[in-house]
Every structure is written in structure tokens, then in C-alpha cells.
Design a protein around this ligand. Structure first.
Ligand SMILES: Nc1ncnc2c1ncn2[C@@H]1O[C@H](COP(=O)(O)OP(=O)(O)OP(=O)(O)O)[C@@H](O)[C@H]1O
Ligand SMILES: [Mg+2]
Length: 400
């Protein structure tokens, strides 16, 4: 089990993670999703003791990672599959990791079999394809046969066969009672892989619920209604009648109407009463991907300028009934669609304003004091988890 309480991380003036509390349970796959820059990798690094929280605590199996007895046997992680010595063969790389972590050498061939790299185990890893590299990283994570596994974007760049393989492997590991925490920004992938979801945006918790609940709460059904082509007056009359009876009506690109919040028979009756013929009346389910996009829209940091032209940055139509607002504690950034514009007297969060909360945190925020967190004793250098190919030091951090 992984438990985070009020986890916060700031880098200089940048708040990467703010007041994050969640629990990752054993026996299920917990998906950790959020847009680019949301703070997923930062959170994982804090869990693994590679970054020190600015506030709050996180424990793995009841202990902070750095105080975990025999950590490489308890926790395995894939953070960055490319962080291996390319001149070493796959087998030698794993042998080194095993030796550093006190894991018997026979385990190396076992995990090479599990990930399907036995045939190429003698080849230098710098010649490996992306998928082979991911498999090697996963082999490293599995070396210590740990009960707790963290995977940061494990399916990035993989072909469909590789994605399916990782998905099935994670399911098998979870079914053995292990704790599986996997990050992704691919909601469609998480929908078929994870049992539970933790969604973050700009470092803050937006949702923490089972995938089933997420689908029930966030994917709304709606109807598409289309009058015969060219009957503009009928379309407007129908739209007015539906709106008057409480439906949410939005125009679709092809001239149809998207109607939320009203059952199909009622739409049909209203059209009949108004003497309007229909060419289409069909039920639709908004996809989980769409629900996730709506939920995280205000929390996307990096976006192409082409998105603006394509209208991807606009507020979008009024959500059909059933769409829920983002989770507690989350507020869209000031000036975002539907939010008041940032006033001149309101300090704006962001880089260059040290100590300010991330965009999205309400004014009046004060960083909470660290609760119960005691920094680990400095001399005891933490051991990276087995296979957590130590990421290169990042800006503002020194390699420990
Ligand atoms: N060492 C660092 N120094 C300064 N800023 C950092 C550092 N590490 C992360 N950040 C910032 O913290 C924020 C969160 O980054 P993080 O890598 O955790 O996001 P992510 O959710 O993993 O994104 P992605 O989906 O792109 O992998 C980003 O704005 C990033 O620039
Ligand atoms: Mg990341």
C-alpha cells in the first residue's frame, strides 16, 4: 500500500505538486492520470525517495521509502527506460542492478524470460528498440519480486502488441495481490487497464475513484436529433421546445442537435406535438476520454497554438447533464472559460512568484506546514529501487 498525505513539492517558484492525499491499494491496478506537467513523475519520484517533499508525507508499506527495510525487494519501479548504460548487454545491466540490490543472480534469467528478452540478453541495450528498452526497464522493476510496483508511462511509444503485453502483465501482477501504480496521460488505455483512478491536474487531486464510478459519474449520455435537411425553421422550433422543457441543446456540425438531460421518448413526444418530422433520434454515450478531456481542460499547461485555431482551447458546449465538476479542491485557473478574468489586484500564480500556489489554487492559499515529515538522516544515501534506472539529476536537484 502507498499512502500520500498532503504531499507538496515546489521547485524554486514552481509548485509541481500541491497537497496531494491518496492511497494506492494492493490487489488492483491504480491508474495515475493527468495532462503533461501535472506532477505525475514528481509524485512518483517522491514515493521512491528520489525527490524530497516540500510538505506532507508519503509512505510505502507503512514506511517512508528511504527507511524501508530491504527496499529493492519490496518496491520496483520503471521511471525512465532510457536511463541504462547503453554499452552493457541487457543481462549485464540486470546483473549490476541485482548485485547492487542484493538480489540473487539467478533472478536475472527469470525476469528476462518474463519480459521476453532472453534471446537478445547478450546484446548491448543501446541497439534496442523503444519496446525492447521498456521491456528491459520492466525486467529491472521485477528483479526483486516486489509487492509494490510503480510504472511511469510504461506504454509510451509501444506498438499495440507491446501495449497489450504490458496491460496483461500488470493485470497478472495485481491478481497476485501486488500494489500496481501506473501513470499515463492516455485515458483510453487506463480505461481498459486500471481498476482505480487517481486524476491530477496542475499538481492537485481532481478525482480518486474506481474506473466504474468515474465512468458513471463523468460520461454522460445524450441524444442526437436531426430534422430533414434544409428545414431550418423546424430545427429552431424543435430546439426552442426542447430548451423550454429543460433539455440542454447544442448544435452539431452536421446540422443535428445534441440533446442532454432528456430521455429519448420525451424528445420524440415533444417533436410530435410540435408537428416536426425527425430523420434521426439516436442515443449516444460520451466517451471516457471525452469526459477526462473536459475535466482536465482547465489544467492543461502545454498546448499547441494550432489547438487555439482548431477551437480546442474554447470552453466547449454546455456539458450535457451528468457531467460532474472536477473533484473537490480543484478550481479552474482564473481567466479560464467560465471563470472570472484575473483582476489587476489579484496576484497571479506561476513562475517568478515564489511561494505562490500553482494555477488553479484559490486566492488566500497558504502553503501548509509539513505534517509529521522528518527529513531522513543525510549520510544514509538512499538506494534506488531495483530497476528504477536512476534518472539524471534534474534542475534544482542534486543526485543523491
Ligand atoms: N527538477 C525540477 N525542477 C524544476 N521543475 C520541475 C522539476 N521536475 C518537475 N518540474 C516541473 O514540475 C511540473 C510537473 O512535472 P512532472 O514531470 O511531474 O509532470 P508529469 O505529470 O509527469 O508530466 P508528463 O506527462 O509530461 O510526464 C512541471 O511543470 C515540471 O516542469
Ligand atoms: Mg512524467
Amino acid at each position: 500500500m502507498i499512502e500520500a498525505q498532503g504531499l507538496t513539492k515546489t521547485y524554486g517558484g514552481k509548485t509541481a505538486v500541491y497537497n496531494l492525499s491518496f492511497t494506492v491499494q494492493p490487489g488492483v491496478i491504480t491508474g495515475f492520470v493527468g495532462p503533461n506537467g501535472a506532477g505525475k513523475s514528481t509524485t512518483m519520484r517522491m514515493i521512491l525517495g528520489l525527490d524530497e517533499p516540500t510538505g506532507g508525507t508519503v509512505t510505502v508499506g507503512g514506511h517512508p521509502y528511504r527507511r524501508l527495510p530491504n527496499a529493492p525487494r519490496q518496491v520496483g519501479a520503471l521511471l525512465d527506460a532510457k536511463a541504462v548504460h547503453g554499452g552493457r548487454s541487457a543481462r549485464n545491466h540486470l546483473r549490476c542492478v541485482a548485485q547492487l540490490s542484493g538480489i540473487p543472480q539467478r533472478r536475472v534469467d527469470e525476469v528476462l524470460d518474463v519480459v521476453g528478452l532472453r534471446e537478445v540478453a547478450g546484446r548491448r541495450s543501446k541497439g534496442f528498440s523503444l519496446g525492447m528498452g521498456q521491456r528491459l526497464g520492466i525486467a529491472g522493476a521485477l528483479l526483486g519480486d516486489p509487492q509494490i510496483l510503480l510504472f511511469d508511462e510504461p506504454v509510451n511509444g509501444l506498438d499495440p502488441e507491446g501495449i497489450l503485453w504490458i496491460r496483461n502483465l500488470m493485470k497478472k501482477l495485481a491478481s497476485e495481490g501486488r500494489t500496481i501504480f501506473v501513470s499515463s496521460h492516455l485515458m483510453s488505455e487506463m480505461a481498459v487497464t486500471a481498476d482505480h483512478l487517481i486524476v491530477i491536474g496542475r499538481g492537485q487531486l481532481m478525482a480518486d475513484m474506481s474506473v466504474r464510478d468515474f465512468i458513471n459519474t463523468h460520461s454522460a449520455s445524450y441524444a442526437r436529433v436531426r430534422v430533414p435537411d434544409g428545414e431550418q425553421a423546424a430545427r429552431e422550433k424543435l430546439s426552442a421546445a426542447l430548451t423550454e422543457q429543460g433539455a440542454h441543446v447544442q448544435p452539431e456540425d452536421d446540422g443535428a442537435l445534441r440533446v442532454g438531460g432528456m430521455p429519448l421518448p420525451r424528445i420524440s413526444d415533444l417533436a410530435h406535438d410540435a408537428g416536426i418530422r425527425l430523420w434521426e433520434l439516436s442515443p449516444h454515450e460520451a466517451s471516457l476520454e471525452e469526459a477526462y478531456m473536459r475535466m482536465t481542460q482547465g489544467a492543461v499547461d502545454y498546448r499547441s497554438t494550432a489547438d487555439h485555431r482548431a477551437g480546442l482551447q474554447q470552453a466547449g458546449p454546455v456539458p450535457p447533464q451528468g457531467y460532474a465538476a472536477p473533484g473537490p479542491g480543484y478550481a479552474p485557473p482564473m481567466g479560464a472559460p467560465g471563470m472570472p478574468p484575473a483582476g489587476p489586484g489579484v496576484p497571479q500564480p506561476g513562475p517568478g512568484v515564489p511561494g505562490m500556489p500553482p494555477p488553479g489554487v484559490q486566492p488566500g492559499y497558504a502553503p501548509p506546514p509539513p505534517q509529521g515529515y522528518a527529513p531522513p538522516p543525510p549520510p544514509a544515501a538512499p538506494q534506488a529501487p531495483a530497476g528504477a534506472a536512476a534518472p539524471a539529476p534534474r534542475e534544482g536537484e542534486t543526485r543523491r
